[in-house]
Ligand binder design. Structure first.
Ligand SMILES: [Zn+2]
Length: 201
């Protein structure tokens, strides 16, 4: 099935979700170049089956998926395949979605926008609710590791307009959050979250 529309905005600091048909591709565009996009995929007719980072890592035997790799669901079925990646190939499969507790740990006493709430908000806008907050595929997020296994939070290596093209391997609900992290430099040293876009093809 081929269907092309206009790019859909993932507003800065917010979530956005859409229905995707098996065989369609989803182009996730880093519009301004340095925005981390938390990405979730749920089986459309049973949202308790969803893309799972831990099941995917066991399958691809890498910390970062690359072109040709299929991410698995928590039922170990292919759910999204990396078809193309012009972003430099740096993504993260290790870090949980940010949430109010994360920002509290980082010294924010009040409410802070967060990817966990954005998932619920994005799905809510199309009449759905997340069964839980699975660990996201953090597109464009740069979490390097040393040979001792030490991790750090670094700015993205992606560039404006670069993208990842993902193929849906089942009928899906796809959800994104333009991560509102503005304390750590994961959205660039300017610490300024921006919008991103996606396109269903
Ligand atoms: Zn986040």
């Amino acid at each position: 099935m081929s269907m092309s529309g206009s790019p859909i905005a993932i507003p800065a600091r917010r979530g956005k979700a859409a229905l995707v048909t098996k065989g369609q591709s989803i182009r996730v565009i880093n519009t301004h170049g340095e925005q981390v996009v938390d990405t979730w995929a749920f089986r459309r007719d049973d949202m308790t089956e969803f893309m799972s980072m831990e099941h995917s890592r066991a399958r691809i035997q890498r910390l970062i998926p690359s072109v040709g790799d299929s991410m698995l669901s928590n039922h170990r079925r292919p759910i999204l395949t990396f078809v193309e990646d012009t972003s430099g190939g740096i993504h993260d499969t290790l870090m949980a979605a940010c949430d109010v507790y994360r920002y509290r740990c980082l010294g924010c006493p009040g409410y802070h926008d967060n990817c966990t709430d954005n998932l619920a908000q994005g799905l809510g806008a199309i009449g759905l609710a997340p069964p839980e907050t699975p660990s996201p595929l953090n597109l464009f997020m740069n979490i390097p590791w040393t040979s001792e296994g030490v991790l750090s939070f670094e700015p993205p290596v992606s560039t404006p307009g670069s993208y990842v093209l993902l193929r849906a391997e089942m009928d899906l609900v796809i959800a994104f959050s333009a991560c509102p992290q503005d304390i750590l430099p994961i959205n660039g040293v300017g610490r300024t979250p921006t919008e991103a876009h996606f396109l269903l093809e």
